[in-house]
Design a protein around this ligand. Structure first.
Ligand code: HMG
Length: 419
C-alpha cells in the first residue's frame, strides 16, 4: 500500500486585485481574462509575506486542526520554485517557525510547478519505512511575471501544506495509488535564471509543452494500470483555469470521448475544483493542491469512496499523472478556504504595483523593518539584516521576532497558541 494525504490546509496572501481592474488598466477586454483565461482575482504578496511565511502559515493552520501531529513529523519537504536562498532551504525556516522535532529531515525540492508532487511521492514512500512518523509536505510559491506582459494576469501566490502518513485506506483523506505515470522532457518553455526576479516564458509554447507532458504521463500510467474506469474527479495543474479545460479536452481526445461527453465531464468532474484557483491565480507548485483543497471544501464528505486523478506539470519539464481514492479522512478537512478569500483586502492596480515593488525591495540586504504590520498573518517576514532573513511569530502571547543575530531571542521557542 502507498502513503496517504491525511489532511491539508492553505495559506494565501492578504491582498488581491480583480482582473476587471487589471484589464481596464492594461487596456484589455475584461472577458479575455474572465472567459479566455478563466481568472477573476489575483493574490498579491505584501512586503511582510514571502515563500517562508506562506509555507509556515499553511502548516500552522494544519497543526491547529491536528495538534498531535506536530511531534510526529520526521520529514519536512517544501516544494517551491520561489526559494529564498540558493543554499538554505525554505523547509528549515518552516521547521524553526513551527517548532518541529529536531530528529527530522528538512529540505527543499525544485522542479518548477512539479516540485511539490516530487515531494509528495517521496513522502508517500518514506512513510512506508517510518509508519509511526508523519511527513509534512508544503507547496509554496509566488508567481511573478513582468508587469504589462502576457503572463501578468496569470500571477498569484499561496501555499498548501499536506500531512502525509501511512493510513488505513478508510482513514485516509486521499489514499494514493502506487501506480503513476511520468514524462520528462528538456524544454525552455518557462524558466527563471538567478539574475531575474520574474519568470521568462514562451506562453503559447509552454501550453503545448504542458499538453505534451499530459499525454506522455497519461500514456505511461495506462501502460502500467491497463484499462481503468474514468475517475470521478480530475485535477490538472492550474496555471490559469482555462488551461485545465484545455488539458481535459486533450484527455477526452485520448479517451476517445465525444464533444458532448467532454462538456458533461468538464462540468461534473473538473470544474468543481477550480473555483479557488480563479480567485488566487497561479501558485506554481501549489496550484494542483489548491484545486484539491477547493474540491474538498465544495464536496466535503460526498467525496468519500470517490476516485481522483491528478496531473502535475512542471515547466522545463517533468509531468506526472497519478490517482487516489478519498476515504473517511475527508471528515478531517476543516473548511477554511472560503473564509480566507472573504477576509482578504482588495487593492486597486496602483496599490498592487506598490505592493509588488515593496515586496521585491524586501529581498535586498538590510531591508529589515522591525515595525512591519502583520495584517493578521501568523508569521511576518521582517526583511534581511546582515544577509540573514528575519521573521516574527504573531500568534504567540506577545509577538516573537526570530532575528538570527540575537542568540537570546533565537533560543526562544514558544508553544502553539493564538494571540
Ligand atoms: P495571450 O497571448 O495574451 O492570450 O497569453 P491569448 O491572446 O492567447 O488569449 C487567451 C485566451 O483568451 C484565448 O483563448 C483567446 O481566444 C481568449 P484560447 O484560444 O486559448 O481558447 N480571448 C478572449 N475570450 C473572450 N473574450 C475576449 C477575448 N480575447 C481573447 N475578448 C498566455 C495567454 C497563457 C500565453 C499568457 O497568459 C502566459 O504567457 N501565461 C504564462 C504561461 C503559462 O501560464 N503557461 C501555461 C502552461 S505552462 C505551465 O503551466 C507551467 C507554469 O505554471 C510554470 C511552472 O511550471 O512553474 C506556468
Amino acid at each position: 500500500m502507498n502513503g496517504a494525504i491525511l489532511d491539508l490546509a492553505v495559506a494565501i496572501p492578504h491582498h488581491y486585485v480583480s482582473h476587471k481592474e487589471l484589464a481596464q488598466a492594461r487596456g484589455v477586454e475584461a472577458d479575455k481574462y474572465h472567459r479566455g483565461l478563466g481568472c477573476d482575482e489575483m493574490a498579491i504578496c505584501g512586503p511582510g509575506e514571502d515563500t517562508v511565511t506562506l509555507a509556515a502559515e499553511a502548516a500552522w493552520r494544519l497543526f491547529e486542526h491536528n495538534p498531535e501531529a506536530r511531534e510526529r513529523i520526521g520529514l519536512c519537504i517544501v516544494g517551491t520554485e520561489s526559494g529564498v536562498d540558493a543554499a538554505k532551504p525554505v523547509a528549515i525556516y518552516v521547521h524553526r517557525l513551527l517548532g518541529l522535532p529536531a530528529n527530522c529531515r528538512a529540505f527543499e525540492i525544485k522542479h518548477a510547478c512539479y516540485g511539490a508532487t516530487a515531494a509528495l511521492q517521496m513522502a508517500s514512500s518514506w512513510v512506508q519505512q517510518h509508519p509511526k512518523r508523519l511527513a509534512l509536505v508544503i507547496a509554496s510559491d509566488i508567481a511573478r511575471y513582468e508587469r504589462g506582459s502576457a503572463g501578468e494576469p496569470t500571477q498569484g501566490a499561496g501555499a498548501v501544506a499536506m500531512l502525509v502518513g501511512k493510513a488505513d485506506e478508510r482513514d485516509a483523506l486521499l489514499q494514493l495509488s502506487p501506480i503513476s505515470g511520468a514524462f520528462a522532457n528538456d524544454v525552455y518553455d518557462f524558466w527563471r535564471p538567478p539574475y531575474q526576479s520574474e519568470a521568462l516564458v514562451k506562453g503559447k509554447y509552454s501550453m503545448n509543452c504542458y499538453l505534451e507532458g499530459l499525454q506522455g504521463a497519461y500514456e505511461d500510467y495506462c501502460r502500467q494500470a491497463g484499462d481503468e474506469p474514468t475517475p470521478d474527479y480530475l485535477l490538472y495543474h492550474v496555471p490559469f483555469p482555462a488551461m485545465a479545460r484545455k488539458a481535459h479536452r486533450r484527455m477526452s481526445d485520448l479517451r476517445g470521448l465525444s464533444d458532448e461527453l467532454y462538456y458533461e465531464d468538464l462540468e461534473s468532474r473538473v470544474e468543481p475544483a477550480l473555483w479557488a484557483n480563479r480567485k488566487v491565480g497561479n501558485v506554481y507548485s501549489g496550484s494542483l493542491y489548491l484545486a484539491l483543497a477547493g474540491l474538498c471544501e465544495r464536496k466535503g464528505t460526498r467525496l468519500i469512496g470517490r476516485r481522483l486523478a491528478l496531473f502535475s506539470y512542471g515547466s522545463g519539464s517533468c509531468s506526472e499523472y497519478f490517482t487516489g481514492r478519498f476515504g473517511e479522512g475527508v471528515h478531517r478537512y476543516h473548511r477554511h478556504l472560503q473564509h480566507l478569500l472573504d477576509t482578504r483586502t482588495e487593492v486597486d492596480v496602483d496599490q498592487y504595483e506598490l505592493l509588488h515593488d515593496a515586496s521585491l525591495k524586501m529581498e535586498r540586504n538590510n531591508s529589515f523593518q522591525s515595525a512591519l504590520p502583520h495584517q493578521g498573518q501568523a508569521f511576518t517576514f521582517l526583511g534581511i539584516r546582515d544577509h540573514e532573513r528575519c521573521y516574527r511569530q504573531n500568534f504567540a502571547e506577545d509577538a516573537v521576532a526570530l532575528i538570527p543575530a540575537r542568540p537570546t531571542i533565537l533560543n526562544n521557542t514558544r508553544p502553539f497558541q493564538r494571540a
